[in-house]
Design a protein around this ligand. Structure first.
Ligand code: ADP
Length: 365
């Protein structure tokens, strides 16, 4: 098989679709095998330098056994957190230029979404995920611009579970408090209309402030999780950063926002097995992930109607999806053969939102 010739065939098509894509990027990341995984048989056959990915399942026959995809970039199992972030950095800068940016992690539970967005719990600096690095960059860049622009930064953190938004930094309900909740007026002054409604907003001045807040948010998320085992994989968590900058010479005001989203696990639940709460959760997750797919697809196609109202997730993110907003989706994959079906389903979702469909990889005759 010569993948390059197949890719070449599709390049024209791909370039055409690229033009349509506007501000949507898709990066695929493959998590390494974990030490406890006994079988190390992989489903990843080929990773190209320009975002090509071929997955195979030798146990299958015909066109279902091999599929080719193309994204903006594919990170192999060897990619470090730093390398992954390097390609995200320009988006962070644009938040300070007044853009709305949305970064998602999508994939089945255990595929590395939290690893990419937050990092492992070890929290040593080199393991930092996109969230910490993004905030760290925001402060560094805003500092470097301080003689010309004065920035203020506010943070919100919520989770969406069964179509309900829960504030992870709220002061009520016996949850941990964060001291510097913004006053209502400052809150209004900082953001206009694109804040997450009914969620507290907290002023932050340094990466340390953000680290503290995020830890509180993660703890509060875990508190909710004790009632329902492993709930975190079945809820979406959203860290929102609002930036307001005042040009010191002209008093012109710019506003930008950054949504960092760790989505619920995308695995399909066997309807015959799931009942009660589990089934309800699964239905809510399916609904919100397909609503998200529909919104991004509509944006990629420049469709006149974008169906934001179909889920809480897309409502909350509305201001940062579409218009001048920039969207990046990390598509996370498990490397093992057992995950082939789930991986193909994940990749098809990603392919659809990126607006590029190549279909099954053809074999050369
Ligand atoms: P998810 O959030 O998709 O459920 P996690 O981020 O919790 O998945 O990852 C599952 C496991 O795999 C965790 O133990 C995590 O530390 C590990 N892991 C994920 N991605 C990587 C990676 N790139 N390098 C090393 N370990 C990883």
């Amino acid at each position: 098989q010569n993948y390059h010739s197949v890719l070449e065939e599709n390049r024209k098509l791909y370039n055409e679709v690229q033009d349509l894509k506007g501000n949507i990027r898709v990066y695929c990341r493959i998590r390494p095998f974990l030490s406890y995984q006994s079988s190390k048989q992989t489903t990843i056959e080929y990773i190209g330098e320009n975002g090509e990915l071929v997955v195979v399942n030798p146990l299958k026959q015909g066109k279902d056994s091999r599929r080719m995809f193309k994204f903006n970039k594919v990170f192999s199992t060897a990619a470090t957190q730093e390398e992954v972030f390097a390609d995200t950095q320009p988006l962070i800068r644009s938040v300070l230029d007044g853009y709305n940016v949305c970064i998602f992690a999508y994939g089945q539970t255990g595929s590395g979404k939290t690893y990419t967005m937050t990092g492992p719990s070890s929290s040593s600096k080199e393991d930092w995920g996109v969230n910490y690095r993004a905030l760290n960059d925001l402060f560094q860049i805003s500092q470097s611009r301080k003689t010309s622009i004065a920035y203020e930064v506010g943070v919100q953190m919520v989770e969406i579970y069964n179509e309900q938004v829960r504030d992870l930094l709220s002061n009520g309900g016996g949850q941990k408090r964060y001291p510097s909740t913004l006053s209502y007026f400052f809150w209004l002054h900082l953001v206009s209309y694109d804040a997450v409604p009914d969620a507290s907003m907290h002023s932050v001045r340094s990466t340390e402030d953000v680290l503290e807040l995020m830890n509180i948010g993660l703890m509060n998320r875990a508190v909710g999780a004790t009632a329902l085992n492993e709930r975190s994989s079945r809820s979406h968590s959203i860290l929102t950063v609002h930036v307001r900058g005042v040009d010191l010479e002209t008093d012109a005001v710019l506003r930008g926002s950054l949504h960092l989203v760790d989505l619920a696990g995308s695995e399909r639940v066997d309807r015959s097995e799931a009942t009660g709460d589990r089934l309800r959760e699964a239905q809510h997750i399916n609904k919100s992930l397909s609503a998200l797919g529909d919104v991004i697809f509509a944006l990629a196609q420049k469709s006149p109607h974008v169906p934001y109202r179909n889920s809480k997730l897309t409502q909350v993110l509305q201001s940062s999806l579409g218009g001048q907003a920039k969207t990046l989706m990390f598509v996370q994959l498990n490397p093992d053969l057992d995950s082939y079906a789930e991986s193909v389903s994940t990749l098809k979702f990603a392919e659809r939102v990126s607006g590029v469909e190549l279909g099954a990889a053809r074999r050369n005759k």
